[in-house]
Write a protein that binds this ligand. Structure first.
Ligand code: ADP
Ligand code: MG
Length: 252
């Protein structure tokens, strides 16, 4: 059983060479925080900094009070699910999930039990031997989720993991995340461009704009009459764009 760890970005500066990003923010332990913001505002970069796939040019990142700024991704108490390409094409479902327990796939009985349980949990029982190409997009994301379930880390980062799925499947997946969070109380950071997803599962929210944290607080506050102006403006724009979203789904 894992519990969550608080995350702190202490005056973190990062740039890919063009626009500078600056993150100074706290993410509360053991709750689900949704991260929203326009395309290019730095949502993926924020997660990559927490996970250790990018290193700050200045500032520090603390997880559970420990300075992880210069730790390798594998050494951090973190798992991450990306929008796509989470799986190794030549490995079976079972093996892809097994990597969450042992990078060399040296699995003990206890690991095999955890893998079977995660596959059952994500509705993948019976598909253990399939390769990623023999699965639907939704099933592939469930494999990615099963892998983070067997890792059982205090921090779970989700970067628009279900954006490519249909509405019913997406809601199922969000429910699953919420159920697992309810059980394990890990810290979940979910990037989404859908306000209804944030409302459905997140207790807290962060709104990014132009490489910085423009607002943060309770989800209820965000969607209330006194919510942050930048956020209200952003979802207002989203709603008017809603009609065209079915044909041209926004990807960030
Ligand atoms: P979001 O996830 O909110 O859409 P990103 O974090 O991906 O935004 O990007 C933030 C900024 O960094 C954008 O200006 C984007 O163009 C730039 N960026 C992202 N990834 C790279 C990269 N690998 N190389 C150069 N620039 C990048
Ligand atoms: Mg992104």
């Amino acid at each position: 059983m894992t519990t969550g760890a608080a995350i702190r970005l202490d005056r973190v500066a990062f740039s890919y060479g063009e626009a500078a990003m600056n993150f100074d923010a706290g993410i509360e332990a053991s709750v689900i925080t949704a991260v929203m913001g326009p395309s290019g505002s730095g949502k993926s970069t924020l997660l990559n900094l927490i996970a250790g796939f990018e290193t700050p040019q200045a500032g520090r990142i603390l997880i559970g009070g420990a300075d992880v700024t210069h730790l390798e991704p594998a050494a951090r108490p973190v798992s991450m699910v990306f929008q796509e390409n989470n799986l190794f094409a030549h490995l079976s479902v079972e093996q892809n999930v097994g990597l969450g327990r042992s990078p060399a796939l040296r699995l003990k009985d206890r690991d095999r039990e955890a893998i079977a349980e995660a596959l059952a949990r994500t509705g993948l029982a019976g598909k253990e031997k399939r390769l990623p190409r023999e699965l639907s997009g939704g099933e592939r994301q469930r494999v990615a989720l099963a892998r983070v379930l067997v890792r059982d880390r205090p921090v779970l980062l989700l970067d628009e993991p279900f954006a490519a799925l249909g509405p019913a499947l997406r809601d199922d997946m969000l429910d699953l995340v919420q159920d697992v969070h309810e059980e394990r109380k890990m810290t979940v950071v979910l990037v989404t461009h859908r306000p209804e997803d944030a409302r459905r599962v997140a207790q807290r929210m962060i709104f990014l704009d132009n490489g910085t944290v423009a607002a943060g607080g309770e989800t209820e506050f965000f969607f209330g009459p006194d919510g942050p102006a930048a956020f209200r403006h952003y979802i207002g724009t989203e709603e008017t764009a809603g009609a065209s979203r079915k044909t041209a789904r926004k990807r960030t």
